[in-house]
Design a protein around this ligand. Structure first.
Ligand SMILES: Nc1ncnc2c1ncn2[C@@H]1O[C@H](COP(=O)(O)OP(=O)(O)O)[C@@H](O)[C@H]1O
Ligand SMILES: [Mg+2]
Length: 250
């Protein structure tokens, strides 16, 4: 069964149509990339998938494991196994990293009918996962994302992803604000997590990230529509000739 099905998705911000009929199916284990020029609707798509307020779906459907998620609130979607790493992660002053991570993992476990995680075991798991991503212990003690650099925020998001073990991960422009070393660590994090039947949707303006996270399918978004799909060579084509041809098509 497909993991994530986006069917004829139309969405507006206020009364401005932004997404104009996106159809995309992601199967378990697949990595898809969406590329496109600035303003083409990439971030809007990620917010609509996440269920952020202020975005209205005017037509079409989004299904996770065959079930429509349109009527689910953002936190319900997260508990159903959808994970989103945003272009601009939010700061949570006063919320300690460890308790934030434990809260989100427990919410997911309870939704799955599992017991809450053992505290000591969790601390150990977090330390190990953090070390693998080059995240220092003192960062885990600080308030979530407050005063983190762009690269640190991105590593921290991948840490959340590692602990939540989502069904479907959506990463919006995870390469922005990352130097090459951080890019490599984040990509390795994604690649090493992608062991099971998880699906990944990487949304990016640049080809660079796709040197590290190799997509099975690449889609070009222009003016709220997918104007071309192909394999990873499509990303290289864009790198060489830019988005001009595709925006003309849209
Ligand atoms: N809050 C908003 N209000 C009105 N228009 C918006 C808002 N956010 C985005 N847009 C518009 O939606 C379009 C798509 O934006 P976005 O999804 O951020 O594109 P991308 O991530 O591909 O650069 C752009 O024309 C942008 O100006
Ligand atoms: Mg964007």
């Amino acid at each position: 069964m497909p993991l994530l099905e986006i069917e004829n998705l139309h969405a507006s911000i206020g009364d401005k149509p932004i997404l104009k009929g996106i159809t995309l199916t992601i199967n378990p284990t697949e990595i898809h990339a969406i590329m496109g020029p600035n303003g083409s609707g990439k971030s809007t798509l990620s917010y609509v998938l996440a269920g952020r307020e202020g975005y209205e779906v005017t037509d079409g459907d989004i299904r996770l494991d065959g079930v429509s998620i349109l009527d689910m609130e953002a936190d319900e979607r997260a508990r159903a196994g959808l994970f989103l790493a945003f272009q601009y992660p939010v700061e949570l002053p006063g919320v300690g990293g460890m308790s934030f991570l434990r809260g989100s993992v427990n919410a997911r476990r309870i939704a799955n009918g599992e017991d809450e995680i053992d505290h000591i075991a969790f601390v150990k798991t977090v330390r190990e996962a953090a070390a693998n991503l080059g995240i220092k212990d003192d960062m885990l003690k600080r308030a979530v994302n407050v005063g983190f650099s762009g690269g640190e925020k991105k590593r921290y998001e991948i840490l959340q992803m590692a602990l939540l073990e989502p069904r479907m991960a959506i990463l919006d422009e995870t390469d922005s604000g990352l130097d090459v070393d951080a890019l490599r660590i984040v990509s390795e994090g994604v690649n090493s997590l992608k062991k099971d039947d998880m699906g990944v949707l990487v949304i990016t303006h640049y080809q660079r990230l796709l040197d590290y996270i190799i997509p099975d399918h690449v889609h070009i978004l222009a003016d709220g529509r997918i104007v071309k799909s192909g394999d990873k060579s499509l990303a290289l084509e864009v790198e060489k000739s830019g988005y001009g041809d595709f925006t003309n098509a849209a």
